[in-house]
Design a protein around this ligand. Sequence first.
Ligand SMILES: *[C@@H]1O[C@H](CO)[C@@H](O)[C@H](O)[C@H]1NC(C)=O
Ligand SMILES: *[C@@H]1O[C@H](CO)[C@@H](O)[C@H](O)[C@H]1NC(C)=O
Ligand SMILES: *[C@@H]1O[C@H](CO)[C@@H](O)[C@H](O)[C@H]1NC(C)=O
Ligand SMILES: *[C@@H]1O[C@H](CO)[C@@H](O)[C@H](O)[C@H]1NC(C)=O
Ligand SMILES: *[C@@H]1O[C@H](CO)[C@@H](O)[C@H](O)[C@H]1NC(C)=O
Ligand SMILES: *[C@@H]1O[C@H](CO)[C@@H](O)[C@H](O)[C@H]1NC(C)=O
Ligand SMILES: *[C@@H]1O[C@H](CO)[C@@H](O)[C@H](O)[C@H]1NC(C)=O
Length: 724
Amino acid sequence: MHLSSYALLVAVVASSSSATTHTRKHEAKDRSQQLKIPAIWKSPLFKSGAGPPGLDAPGSLPFGSPPTPLTPPSSQPSPPKVPSSASPPKHSSLQENFQVHQPAPILTVPALACSVTLVDRSFTNSYGSPSYLSFDPHFSFAGSACADPAQWTGLTLDIHGETRGRQFDRLGTVWVGNNRTGQGVEVFRLDNPEPTRQGVYWDVNKDVGKYYSLFSEKADVIFDLPNIVDSTYTGALNVTLKLTASVDGFIARRGLHRRGASADQGHKTVHSTAASLKGRAADVVFPLSKRLQTDNSVFQVGGSAGNGTTPVTFPRNAARAVVEVYASGTASEEFWYTGLPDKYYNQIPGAAENGYYGHGPYREVQLYIDGTFAGFVTPYPIIFTGGINPLLWRPSANYGTFDQPTYNIDITPFLGQLTDDKEHSFELAVVSSEVGGAINDASWFVSGNVQVYLDSSEERTTGKVVKMAKGAEVVDGYTTGSITGDPLGNGTLTYEVGLKQPRSFGVAGTIKTGSGLEYVAGWYQSAKYSNTGFVNATAQTNDQTSSGWTRSVVLDNKSPNNVLDDDLSSDDLQTLENSAGVHAVQLDYNYPLYVASFLSNAAFDAQVTQQFDRTIQNTIPSRASPPRADLGLMVGDETTFVHAKPAAALPHTILSRRKEEAVSVLMNGAIVNGTGTSEQSFMYKDMAGGTIDRETRTNTTSVLEDRLAGSVRGRAQPGQLRVV
Ligand SMILES: *[C@@H]1O[C@H](CO)[C@@H](O)[C@H](O)[C@H]1NC(C)=O
Ligand SMILES: *[C@@H]1O[C@H](CO)[C@@H](O)[C@H](O)[C@H]1NC(C)=O
Ligand SMILES: *[C@@H]1O[C@H](CO)[C@@H](O)[C@H](O)[C@H]1NC(C)=O
Ligand SMILES: *[C@@H]1O[C@H](CO)[C@@H](O)[C@H](O)[C@H]1NC(C)=O
Ligand SMILES: *[C@@H]1O[C@H](CO)[C@@H](O)[C@H](O)[C@H]1NC(C)=O
Ligand SMILES: *[C@@H]1O[C@H](CO)[C@@H](O)[C@H](O)[C@H]1NC(C)=O
Ligand SMILES: *[C@@H]1O[C@H](CO)[C@@H](O)[C@H](O)[C@H]1NC(C)=O
């Protein structure tokens, strides 16, 4: 497996002003290190000539280089230690790089935590050479407060990384699996900051509670961070990967099980607001990936590379199932939101040679079960730390860069037909709104998993799909615009691509579990999208809107029939909820993005404005129809069950709004100096009402402001930053 690196380079020359205290003899050489302009922004008016040797475009990394032998399994992870949330850098001269990030779900009772080191490695020439280890929680946590996985209330993967010199950003992944339920479940997808001559470090804690079933038993773990170090790209990526489990005292009292008819009884006596992971996370997690035991299992999908297909055999007593998708555009799809519509792309001679890509800017990941369309996700555009102009992302990376967000599709409506002990095909595809859904070849890195919740009985779950929107696999898009002359000469191209109407899908199925629960499960989703683009020889802008909602519903099977309408809108659902016993978990999202870059013979400037906005809420049936607690426990995913009383949970919100600008000076086609500035607002609210409210401003060398407030600010990621 050869993971491409994404964006371009490299050591920041702009940091030289702050590096004077650490003069080294090779400083003269470092000083000549130059940033290079991403190929996508090249234009005939600006021919880049004198960049650094070696790599000069995304996708030009040695995809085909021979694999190096696997590293042998390391010995068992080291024994538990008292954890520290963020490790200090080994070298105090390193600058902190960071991504403002939500904390792991907040437990309102004090937690004890225990960490084990899974991998501690200097990643140098690590293409095709991931770290592999065999992990056993009963060994690793033996003798600690976290010795019994059944008591865990929280679980995070913690990255501490250090790097110095010149290096690309790299796509790292962590995979966990076993031989019983399948190898190769992706549990973490990350990017690194690009180093500086002085060096940088970064820390990320990623909530992996939903993968409890994988970490609570013997597992094969892969950490892949493909890097190449040579005389030009000098930055080793020195990374420690730890697993931290936490426990609290209250959960030890028995009775906190939310499944089954008596689920609600425990709540009266347990005062904790944190449910154990065993109680709230999926019972089984199946991979949707290449399922390799000792290697990266990602599907590289698109075009001639096709889709990613995995056979899955469900437990007979599966009562609820959610598919989680990991997806990022890379190489020729890294800047997918700037893709030119094919009808114009085909009219621009030299578009390809000048680094522009076709197939338009719309992308969605589709899920097919046994060939039937089962839902889609519209990805949030991840911008890696080398993306567009690397000065935009120093020292502060954009939301989602160091820990990529994932997307859920509830497949419970299909369960009745999946519990037959037979293999079922799960296919992940990425499509555009162009003819045939065409995208560029093999450039989306996609994987996923199926999180399955079991019924307390051993009996088969039965039921069937009773309503399903037809034809939803076809993206009904439009393209308008105009082209005058050659946009890469003295002409211009303006265009707009969008969805003709909100794209929606819905499916409902009956479910009858062995323990006697009978209900209808539904999955509904709706998405809006538009992208306005402009291209001339020296400028390119894209203004994208992407928003929508997804909703899992569970209702009494005696509910009115109209709940099964194909095109049930959000408002209709709301009305139904108020009248019938409908339990729902809704996710609303909004991911607007504005990207602009301007090139002249002497300057390369860029602006990006981006938002990540997600709210997840449980809706509680009205008093008019008494809520059936047993059904309320059959909807949602692990994140909605953090608190013992899911129905009491408040909306859970993550909002990151960020604007950045880079101004840089070019000489001979490379950035010789420049600066980037960023301004970010971050708001977080968890289901217990805990909040983080943060305003951060940076320039390339410094954190200029970090106002951190909110009731759980002590758990903010990163912690309070030092402002200079
Ligand atoms: C990373 O590890 C290498 C050893 O492979 C060491 O030479 C280098 O100084 C380390 N870099 C940083 C930034 O700690
Ligand atoms: C899965 O099987 C392989 C090959 O027998 C073995 O090396 C590995 O330890 C097994 N994994 C687990 C988690 O038991
Ligand atoms: C991948 O999925 C898309 C969407 O269903 C389909 O059009 C395409 O034919 C599939 N490709 C392959 C190689 O199966
Ligand atoms: C654009 O360039 C072409 C070829 O160089 C030239 O013939 C034409 O007059 C130019 N048009 C404008 C509007 O400048
Ligand atoms: C391209 O468009 C930008 C923004 O409208 C403008 O400033 C620039 O002069 C244009 N470049 C060319 C070569 O026409
Ligand atoms: C950037 O480089 C140019 C060309 O060498 C120089 O004229 C300018 O003063 C530099 N600016 C800064 C802020 O160093
Ligand atoms: C960033 O701001 C600090 C504080 O105002 C200033 O000292 C530093 O020169 C600035 N850096 C750049 C690259 O503009």
